[in-house]
Ligand binder design. Structure first.
Ligand SMILES: [Ca+2]
Ligand SMILES: [Ca+2]
Length: 527
């Protein structure tokens, strides 16, 4: 395959240094301390869509006090998108900073969901964690960051598709999941617990064996170790890389099914209070056959409306349970005096459908499946509580954290994302011209622009294998405009743009170097 590997992100190194200095505690004295890089806590939830407090109308009454708190301390990205709406390739992409078609991870295979194995020519390309480690960070992982099967891989305590070179310390979580003592109720019809809806309401106090509680316990132990000073003369206490800042990546497995949470979290969400999405009965009649086949349509799960409501309520309860663990991490940073020099990033690997389009879960290319929450809180940066509507991609995380750590000028030149630091500094920046590119199985690929979503199923545009949605007038993506002659000019422009971005995503050319200003910008985007 032809590869044009050119410089990925135009890092402003002086900006990175300014940021590092801005993150320093006010009491900094020694020059050596002045060069200390910020700590980074990266929290990755599994299968979490944007139905969390900071992203929804208050009328939905979601209980996510700690996500609300983090959003109030940071910048929330309202239009952040995954590169692939399935665990393995999504995670390989943001950890490598490369699109799936460049890094070679385009499926959920355990042995191959690591770019260094999938693509031997990239064996020396470090992951985000490996890069920070090479830059002097103490790098640690707790639970699922690369792909691990849920629930099976957690029940077996597996490392999944982990990249051992990324970490100074890594711990896999073994937790009972479906084997948890209690009443596991199946809400959909299927034998595979990883892809069907089931719930377990645990008595309060019985949740201590759960994966995300155990992961948080381990993460707190690591934070205590990094914060603590070694007593002088001590012989039996160790602190590896004693003066290094830390990069701690913590993976939560909820709200991935099975939906297990304590009773107090289920209590927030009575079944009768849950609304099902309003979907036209013929919604899927105007989409390509491949989109329908790839959609996890409702018949597969065979849930009645009561079971659908129960599944959504259990999903919310799992979010609140996960949120509680995030709160324990944030409390620990404050208790240990680490918050003032620790960047906190919260995100999910991909989104999730809960009945929109009459489809459930992931793998499709509609908004709910590909949009993710992304919150970045960098102390001292200002803009606490701000939101940005700019279209961004999860693979932007690598160049962003490279810059924020002050290591931007050392970042691998093949990174395909763009640093989000300019948006953190000026969240109101007009995002017009930015795009997000996502692929999925069945040769599906999608381009999201400021206003439009364009999906193509197959290599070439053939009319009946395309979708075009106008988010200004149809945010639910119910009306496919691809075959409407009135949108012919829009379609032509976005096809060209899609092909440019796809070419870049395949060939390692920086997508950001392509410009809407070369005559390919649809008329509507110019307004
Ligand atoms: Ca996932
Ligand atoms: Ca439709």
């Amino acid at each position: 395959m032809k590869r044009q590997l050119i410089r990925a992100a135009k890092m402003n190194s002086s900006l990175g240094i300014a940021l590092v200095l801005a993150l320093l505690p006010a009491t900094t004295g020694a020059v050596a301390r002045a060069q200390r890089r910020p700590n980074i806590l990266l929290v990755v939830a599994d299968d979490l869509n944007t139905r969390i407090g900071p992203y929804v109308d208050a009328s939905l009454k979601l209980h996510t006090p700690n996500l609300d708190r983090l959003a109030a301390e940071g910048v929330s990205f309202t239009r952040a998108y995954t590169q692939y709406p399935v665990c393995g390739p999504a995670r390989a992409s943001f950890m490598s900073g490369l699109y799936p078609e460049t890094n070679g991870v385009t499926g959920n295979g355990f042995a191959t969901s690591n770019h260094r194995i999938a693509t031997p020519s990239l064996a020396d390309h470090p992951t985000l964690a490996g890069f920070l480690r090479e830059g002097g960070y103490y790098s640690a992982r707790v639970s699922k960051i690369f792909h691990v099967g849920v629930p099976g891989g957690i029940e077996r305590g597996e490392a999944g598709s982990d990249d051992p070179d990324s970490w100074d310390y890594a711990i896999n979580i073994m937790a009972p999941e479906t084997l948890t003592p209690g009443n596991l109720e199946k809400l959909s019809r299927g034998d595979h617990y990883g892809s069907n809806f089931s719930r377990m309401i645990l008595p309060d106090g019985e949740e201590l064996s759960q994966a995300d509680v155990l992961a948080t316990d381990q993460a707190i132990a690591i934070l205590e170790n990094r914060a603590g000073a070694r007593p002088s003369g001590a012989t039996n206490r160790t602190k590896f890389k004693e003066d290094a800042p830390f990069f701690l990546a913590v993976g939560f497995v909820r709200p991935h099914v099975p939906l297990i949470a304590p009773e107090r979290h289920f209590a927030h969400y009575p079944e009768d209070d849950v609304d099902l999405p309003d979907v036209p009965g013929d919604d899927l009649d105007d989409v390509p056959a491949a989109a329908r086949r790839n959609s996890n349509a409702a018949p597969r799960f065979r849930m009645d409306t009561s079971e659908q409501r129960q599944s959504i309520a259990a999903y919310y309860a799992s979010i609140s349970f996960m949120d509680e663990q995030l709160g324990r991490l944030l409390d620990t940073l404050e208790r240990l005096g680490l918050r003032d020099n620790t960047i906190v990033v919260f995100m999910s690997d991909h989104g999730y459908n809960l009945g929109e389009h009459n489809v459930w879960q992931k793998t499709n290319l509609w908004e709910e499946s590909v949009r993710v929450p992304l919150i970045i809180s960098a102390p001292g940066m200002g803009n606490a509580g701000a939101r940005t509507d700019a279209v961004v991609e999860l693979l932007d995380l690598y160049p962003t954290l490279a810059e924020m750590s002050g290591l931007g000028d050392q970042a691998p030149f093949i990174l395909q994302g763009e640093s989000l630091v300019p948006l953190l500094e000026a969240p109101e920046t007009d995002g017009a011209g930015r795009t997000a590119y996502t692929i999925t199985s069945a040769d599906g690929a999608s381009l999201r622009t400021d206003r439009w979503r364009y999906n193509r199923w197959g290599e070439d545009a053939e009319g009946d294998n395309e979708e075009l949605y106008d988010h200004d007038n149809d945010p639910a993506e119910h009306h496919n405009l691809a075959r409407d002659p009135a949108y012919g000019a829009i379609l032509d422009g976005i096809r060209t743009r899609f092909e440019q971005v796809r070419e870049a995503a395949r060939d390692g050319v920086l997508a950001a170097e392509l410009s809407w200003e070369d005559g390919n910008q649809p008329e509507a985007e110019r307004r």
